[in-house]
Design a protein around this ligand. Structure first.
Ligand code: COA
Ligand code: AMP
Length: 622
């Protein structure tokens, strides 16, 4: 098949195209209305269809005779554990947990927060929620209790599901105490906290709302999936915005299932029965779409890996997992590859493994530098596909659609638009720019199925943040350009979001914490280049007049504040004191200039800066 004609079909007649793709799913009620408007006037897909994600991920495959196929492989070098679950076993776990959740009073439309490490029970919890129409919100374990509290107050869960602990390279992460702290801080009170005890000897503080996961599942009756409307929210996933408050992306059910099924075949090129591995975390969108729902809907065996690319135990871990389970397609972030390359530049550790089963290596989550792409190609000797998407889209927007046609790879480009995404590069007035000209990356409406429906409790912010900037377009927040062949190159965010090791962070949120330090009068946090993590946050602070504090002490205190307020995952480690910050006449801090100075890039001094000495002062501390 030719990519161009397939893609054109999806843009010219989206309804016919996506109806055909929706037909690949087992609906309880097949949709007849394909694309329509919801009550707020936004596009929605398959409004009159009904289905269930848990059914599609599990029961359907059992009915088709694949109950004994491995569905989930759990590989945990940090606990030295390997386990497999067939679709039959997955059904047993999920249907009984769903029954247990019902016994706690959960009903269709209620919300649940899942705050868990990379253990099978996290996957069971997600699937159990969608089985009974409960909307889950998974919160990444690297976030501190304060961040969890913000999410508790925003989505008001009736129940939180957590575990005794997680395991990082150097320490234990006490999930249950973090949940208790977050509940103390939040205004909303969940009724129950379900705790999975990993039996690793970690103390679990007791609270009146505690429910033991193992007991709940043991005593529950299994329940069948319930049909939900295609437009029923399957989950809320919080992501960083440009303000201090994270945005709760709402995903539908029918559009999402259709898009994921489509992407497994046409973007990733996997067939039912293949083993697929996304080395991410269930707390991120990659985990939702490509550890849990995508592969399972497509009847792939999915790998749940609890470890890091290095030090668990070494830089050969990824290659071992690929060879041990016959992974056909793997997905990770460029940061992970950079970490491996740093430890094993010659790829010596790779030689001991048979990687002949691997067909494609996908990379996403951050810009992929050419050196990382080329090193991966040299080592793995398979096409390395850089593809671009975001929490909002839920599935790839730019990619080499290898299941359609493998296009030549151009390092630095995430290749071509994926079917359904009419991607345009616009200038600030919303006019398309020419080839090779940089602009704002936008998608002409309608967005394809599977993309965000709205923001939880805040449809205004949805419109403001994504649909108002350019009339008739969804604005991605990224900049980029298109070359003469139509390949798109993403150059980075055009807003105050930074990307640290593939993790998306809001500088506004970081600034709130830094500015709260008693010695700080004002501050700026921005992303600077980092060889390992792509970007790292750097904080510049101006002290309150009359305050004197050692720079080292101040840095220590602010770094600790960020760790305890936002979380270790921000990798916020550097603070510098400056006399003043460069600003526009209206008082806006010139972050772009600061970034250029820190990265030693070319810069022009804006006319708003009267005293150029300020530039020298900043340069001095960088
Ligand atoms: N729970 C709790 N803490 C976590 C965490 C989690 N799930 N994930 C990360 N952290 C902590 C780390 O322990 C670290 O803490 P420290 O400052 O005490 O050392 C901190 O957050 C920063 O984490 P990270 O940037 O991941 O650094 P690292 O040294 O642990 O690992 C890499 C470095 C490059 C190996 C790692 O960043 C990596 O694997 N990156 C790829 C991530 C990825 O897949 N992202 C894409 C999402 S699609
Ligand atoms: P997240 O929502 O956390 O997945 O982050 C999405 C953001 O990460 C995008 O808006 C981009 O800025 C960046 N990103 C993701 N994938 C790529 C890629 N392949 N190339 C460049 N940037 C990327």
């Amino acid at each position: 098949m030719q990519y161009e004609s397939f893609y054109e079909k999806s843009i010219r007649n989206p309804e016919a195209f996506w109806k055909e793709q929706a037909d690949q799913l087992a609906w309880y009620q097949k949709p007849e209305t394909i694309l329509s408007k919801n009550e707020d006037g936004y596009d929605q897909w398959f409004a009159d269809g009904s289905l269930n994600l848990s059914y599609l991920c599990i029961d359907k495959h059992i009915e088709d005779g694949y109950g004994e196929q491995p569905a989930l492989i759990y590989d945990s070098p940090v606990t030295d554990t390997k386990k497999q679950f067939t679709f039959n076993e997955l059904k047993d776990q999920v249907s009984r947990l769903a029954g247990g959740l019902q016994s706690l009073g959960l009903e269709k439309g209620d919300t649940v927060i899942i705050y868990m490490p990379m253990i099978p029970e996290a996957v069971f919890a997600m699937l159990a929620c969608v089985r009974i129409g409960v909307i889950h919100s998974v919160v990444f374990g690297g976030f501190a209790p304060h961040e969890l509290a913000i999410r508790i107050d925003d989505c008001k869960p009736k129940v939180i599901i957590t575990a005794s602990n997680g395991i990082e390279i150097t320490r234990i992460i006490p999930y249950k105490p973090f949940v208790d702290q977050a509940i103390e801080e939040a205004e909303h009170r969940p009724e129950s906290v379900v705790i999975f005890d990993r039996k690793l000897g970690v103390e679990i503080p007791a609270r009146p709302y505690d429910v033991d996961y193992a007991k709940l599942v043991r005593e529950a009756d299994p329940v069948d999936p319930i049909p939900v409307a295609s437009t029923h929210p399957s989950y809320i996933l919080y992501t960083s915005g440009t303000t201090g408050k994270p945005k709760g992306i709402i995903r539908d059910t029918g559009g999402y299932a259709t898009a994921l099924k489509f992407s497994m075949k046409y973007v990733y090129g996997v067939q039912p029965g293949d083993t697929y591995w996304a080395a991410s975390d269930v707390g991120w969108v990659v985990g939702h779409s490509y550890i849990v729902y995508g592969p399972l809907i497509n009847r792939n065996t999915t790998v749940l890996f609890e470890g890091k690319p290095i030090k668990t135990p070494d830089a050969s871990t990824f290659w071992r997992v690929i060879s041990e389970y016959g992974v056909k397609v793997m997905f990770t972030a460029p940061t992970a590859i950079r970490a491996i390359k740093k430890e094993d530049p010659e790829g010596k550790l790779l030689e001991q493994f048979d990687l002949s089963g691997l067909k494609y290596q996908f990379l996403a989550g951050e810009r992929c530098d050419v050196a990382t792409l080329q090193w991966t190609e040299e080592q793995l000797k398979v096409p390395v596909v850089d593809h671009w998407w975001q929490t909002e889209s839920g599935w790839p927007m730019l990619s080499n659609m290898v299941g359609v046609e493998v296009k030549p790879i151009k390092p630095g480009s995430a290749t071509l638009p994926v079917c359904g995404y009419d991607i345009r590069i616009l200038d600030e007035h919303g006019v398309e720019v020419g080839a090779e000209e940089e602009g704002y990356v936008a998608v002409k409406l309608p967005l394809p199925p599977g993309t965000l429906m709205s923001l939880w409790g805040n449809p205004e912010r949805f419109r403001e943040g994504y649909l108002s900037r350019f009339d008739g377009y969804y604005f991605s927040g990224d900049g980029g350009y298109r070359d003469e062949d139509g390949y798109i190159f993403i150059t980075g965010r055009v807003d105050d979001i930074i990307n640290v090791a593939g993790h998306r962070l809001s500088t506004a949120e970081l600034e709130e914490v830094v500015a709260a330090h008693p010695a700080v009068a004002e501050c700026a946090v921005f992303g600077v280049h980092c060889d390992l993590r792509g970007q790292k946050p750097l904080g510049l602070v101006v002290l309150k007049s009359g305050v004197s504090i050692e720079a080292e002490q101040l840095e220590k205190e602010i770094v600790q504040d960020v760790r305890s307020q936002i979380g270790a995952v921000a990798a916020f480690r550097e603070v510098r004191i400056v006399k003043r910050l460069p600003k526009t006449r209206s008082g806006k801090i010139l972050r772009k200039l600061l970034r250029s100075l820190a990265n030693k890039e070319n810069y022009t001094i804006p006319s708003t800066i009267d005293d150029v000495q300020i530039i020298d002062e900043i340069k001095e501390v960088m």
